[in-house]
Design a protein around this ligand. Structure first.
Ligand code: SIN
Length: 508
């Protein structure tokens, strides 16, 4: 492992890898990843990338759909920039070899998802993320970019208000080691593992957000945790709930009560294609009403050949678990899927700490507002990774310090399950102020188990505790219901509360 690198990337999803391939034009890049290189949220993304390609579509419509779904909190200028840059970057991926699904005219076959007024989801059948990950990893190899697996990054090194590198666990001698860098790029993904039921893989423990918070970076809008309405009930694969893509409803799938009655039209004129916050809440309400542990997603009325061709992975996996989706409905439940808040960055992905950048799900760029529009996340990652890479031309070379302050090494308890239970009980789809206050007390107790210092044993528990605290504190600040944050005591949006909730450790 080098002692110093130009650009150090933590995380190997679409954001980290896109950045690495592009920034390699300006300096040496090292990518560190916690588990295996393809263990990222990107790899499990089924839906696709939202971008304007259809003649019936326009930038204006995509921008409006994003703003409407974001429930008044999206940063319009950033949304406009992202939407306009989308098509070129999607084409770039295609030209790199991404096998996106095409129609009979050889153009992108565009899927439909909730909140979109037009078909605009570029996809590779139902395994888009996996296909993108494959192509980007090939590109990394071709460009000779170093990527190291099983590397546990523990904390950021900040000197004089600048990020200068990271502390990481040297797996050879089990000691804390350092790598200095001219710029550090956090692309660590989400925090779905804070919940018992999540579509995210086990790596998604909010590490980047927690590290940036501990280093003093501003963190915003953490109360907006997006629940995907349709994870299969009781099917867990490698530590994550199995997702049924929203594209299934886009192609005509219908949500039904346990006794077979469609219900979404009662909650929104857009029915099954309403934005995700509305659909997830509707599913929970129906489950409560019928005292059922799940609702049903039915696509058995669609043609068998079409289902097998359009959703081959979903078909195969459900079949392995005894559900033939061409003949019977799928029992589904909402599961934690995406965190809309994160490390606050500007439109170049620069955080409030100099030389610290954040990309993808761990970043808060302002584009998702109070509820992310489906398939805007891969797009956001592509756009901001590209801009951050351009920014590397301006990064100056900094000599590593002679000696970095040694950090005391700590061990801590494994609190993962305690946190998951707390989050499910008090920070789920429907919340109450009383519950949030109780959760605050609980997390303050958990925090005491982690004295200041770097935790090499149970570092993930330490990170999850910090991220849980950020979600609770943000949720307590927002005394209204908006987008993904639904509070029983304040069931409506407050028109005067259209600002982001921002938290920083030093209180600035
Ligand atoms: C899905 O395929 O439903 C997930 C897409 C997304 O979260 O954007």
């Amino acid at each position: 492992m080098p002692k110093k690198i130009d650009f150090l990337v933590v995380g190997s999803g679409i954001a980290g890898l896109t950045f690495a391939t592009k920034a390699s034009a300006y300096g040496k890049v090292l990518v560190l990843t916690k588990k295996r290189k393809a263990d990222s949220n990107t790899n499990y993304a089924q839906g696709g990338i939202a971008a304007v390609f259809s003649p019936k579509d326009s930038f204006k419509l995509h921008i409006n759909d994003t703003l409407k779904t974001g429930a008044g909190l999206c940063h319009k200028d950033v949304v406009e920039m992202m939407v306009k840059k989308g098509p070129v970057l999607v084409k770039e991926l295609y030209n790199m070899g991404c096998r996106f699904s095409l129609n009979s005219d050889g153009e992108f076959a565009l899927g439909q998802e909730g909140g979109h007024s037009r078909r605009r989801i570029v996809h590779a059948r139902d395994h888009t993320g996996q296909e993108i990950e494959r192509v980007l990893l090939e590109e990394i190899k071709e460009k000779g970019i170093s990527l190291s697996e099983n590397e546990v990054v523990l904390d950021l090194i900040t000197i004089d208000g600048e990020c200068r590198g990271v502390y990481f666990l040297n797996t050879n001698n089990k000691e804390i080691d350092v790598i200095y860098a001219n710029a550090v790029i956090l692309a660590t993904g989400g925090a779905g593992q804070l919940y018992l039921h999540t579509t995210n893989p086990p790596i998604a423990t909010g590490d980047g957000i927690a590290m940036a918070y501990r280093a003093g970076a501003k963190i915003a809008n953490m109360e907006f945790v997006q629940f995907h309405p349709t994870a299969v009930y009781n099917i867990n694969i490698d530590g994550r709930a199995f997702l049924i893509s929203e594209a299934v409803r886009g192609e005509g799938g219908i949500l039904k009560t346990k006794d077979g009655k469609p219900f979404m039209k009662r909650y929104s004129p857009a029915g099954d294609l309403a934005p995700r916050d509305i659909v997830a809440r509707a599913c929970v309400m129906e489950m409560i009403k019928s005292k059922s542990k799940y609702v049903l997603l039915d696509l058995s009325h669609l043609k068998t050949g079409f289902i097998k061709k359009r959703f081959p992975m979903i078909y195969e996996i459900c079949l392995e678990w005894g559900i033939d989706i061409t003949r019977e409905p799928i029992p589904v439940v909402p599961a934690a899927h995406y965190i809309c808040g994160g490390i606050m960055v500007n439109s170049w992905a620069e955080s409030s700490i100099k030389k610290l950048f954040a990309l993808g799900e761990c970043a808060f760029t302002g584009v998702h507002g109070a509820n992310r529009l489906a398939s805007n996340s891969l797009l956001e990652a592509l756009v901001f990774a590209t801009r951050a890479a351009e920014r590397m031309q301006r990064i100056t070379d900094v000599k590593p310090p002679k000696r970095t302050k040694t950090q005391p090494v700590k061990t801590g308890p494994n609190l993962k399950f305690a946190i998951k239970e707390m989050m499910v009980q008090y920070l789920n789809v429907i919340r109450s102020e009383k519950g949030l206050k109780k959760a605050k007390q609980m997390v303050e107790g958990y925090e005491k188990a982690f004295e200041p210092g770097i935790h090499i044993i149970n570092a993930e528990s330490c990170n999850m505790t910090d991220v849980a605290k950020l979600i609770i504190l943000s949720a307590l600040q927002r005394k209204e219901s908006r987008g993904l944050h639904y509070l029983l005591e304040y069931p409506k949006p407050n028109p005067s509360f259209t600002h982001d909730t921002v938290i920083a450790k030093n209180g600035q």
